[in-house]
Design a protein around this ligand. Structure first.
Ligand SMILES: NC(=O)c1ccc[n+]([C@@H]2O[C@H](COP(=O)([O-])OP(=O)(O)OC[C@H]3O[C@@H](n4cnc5c(N)ncnc54)[C@H](OP(=O)(O)O)[C@@H]3O)[C@@H](O)[C@H]2O)c1
Length: 328
């Protein structure tokens, strides 16, 4: 089988597609024949060696795939050959066959293609848990989403809309605003300006009749995070999701006190590893919303597996709106 392999941490172009033996599923594992791979922002960081967890070298990168179960290991009774699943791992997904813990597989709706399924995994789950678990979303809440044109961002825009909230979508690249509006954003907040501290607060309060945002899901960090803190409503909840700006912000505790603000972080992989049953329930609910036409998946582009570096470079250069996938 073919797989992407990283021999040494470095630029994404230094990883290679190589031939490896097909693995055997062990006890409690299933073997998935891959039909599509998810490409996520953190994959780039893992290959470069800048991610919080560095796999032992050499390794196969990739955190998610969608495919068909071709074999089950001893003791597996939840799945059978032929089942269509999403598989999620810390690393190791970008191979034509992947042996994986049965608990980290999630069922795919019959109406959904494999490419769509790779787009409905990590980014939707991150948005879901950031919103409901960490952000304590309630009906009618106003939710500010930064990096709204990205994978997690567009998923968050759609989920808030499907659940009856109001979405303020923060967009840093003006050419992406139409796509974010089409995904259901109620208001666009321009994150391309020079004085975000003043402009974001003014735009958020103008869009909400002076109320502010009940929740902010922040993918960007840096100046954007600081500006969004100022746009929060009384008892607002700030959820730290990522730092695409490259700057991890510092919080002044006094700001939390004066407006009764709560700040929470999210680590998607913990839901996968510590509470797989909660993950499966959330995914099943999102599949229902997909079947009802309430969550749509706009895949921007699929690349052949050999072109993984081009897919990651498109993400790095902010040319992606939504998601890209790899096809084995
Ligand atoms: N905490 C978790 O468990 C978890 C899970 C998944 C992802 N993440 C993190 O969440 C973030 C978003 O992931 P994603 O998959 O949605 O990424 P993505 O698809 O690449 O989207 C990120 C968005 O951020 C904006 N952006 C990119 N570079 C930027 C920069 N230098 N300065 C300001 N804005 C920039 C872009 O929008 P504009 O061009 O419109 O600004 C882009 O659409 C990443 O940091 C990722 O590592 C965290």
């Amino acid at each position: 089988m073919r797989a992407v392999v990283v021999e040494a941490f470095g630029p994404v172009e230094t990883a290679q597609v190589v031939e490896l033996p097909v693995p055997e599923p062990g006890p409690g594992q299933v073997l998935i024949e891959a039909k599509a791979f998810g490409v996520n922002y953190p994959d780039m960081m893992v290959i470069e060696g800048t991610y919080q967890f560095k796999p032992p070298l050499p390794f196969i990168p990739g955190k998610e795939l969608a495919g068909i179960i071709s074999k089950v290991g001893p003791g597996v009774d939840r799945w059978k050959p032929g089942d269509r699943v999403i598989g999620q791992v810390e690393y190791g997904a970008w191979a034509e066959y992947v042996a994986i813990d049965e608990n980290t597989c999630l069922a795919i709706s019959d109406k959904m293609s494999f490419e769509q399924a790779t787009s409905m995994g990590m980014v939707y789950q991150t948005a879901w848990f950031a919103l409901f678990d960490r952000g304590q979303f309630g009906p009618g809440d106003v939710v500010m989403v930064t990096g709204a044109s990205g994978g997690v961002g567009l998923a968050a825009v759609q989920i808030v809309q499907a659940m009856g909230g109001t979405v303020l979508a923060g967009v840093g690249s003006p050419e992406k605003m139409d796509a974010v509006r089409a995904a259901g954003a109620d208001h666009i907040i321009d994150l391309s300006g020079d004085d975000l501290r003043e402009s974001v607060r003014a735009e958020v309060f103008a869009a909400t009749d002076g109320h502010g945002a009940d929740i902010c899901l922040d993918m960007v960090g840096g100046d954007v995070f600081e500006a969004c803190m100022r746009g929060l409503a009384w008892r607002g909840r700030m959820v730290v999701v990522g730092f695409t700006s490259g700057t991890i912000p510092t919080i002044k505790a006094g700001h939390l006190l004066v407006k009764n603000i709560a700040v929470a972080g999210i680590q998607w992989s913990d839901y996968r590893d510590k509470t797989p049953e909660i993950m499966a329930d959330a995914q099943a609910r999102m599949m229902e919303l997909f079947d009802e036409g309430k969550l749509g998946v706009e895949l921007m582009k699929s690349y052949p597996m050999d072109r993984f570096a081009a897919a990651l470079t498109a993400i790095r250069e902010r040319r992606v709106v939504g998601k890209v996938a790899l096809i084995p």
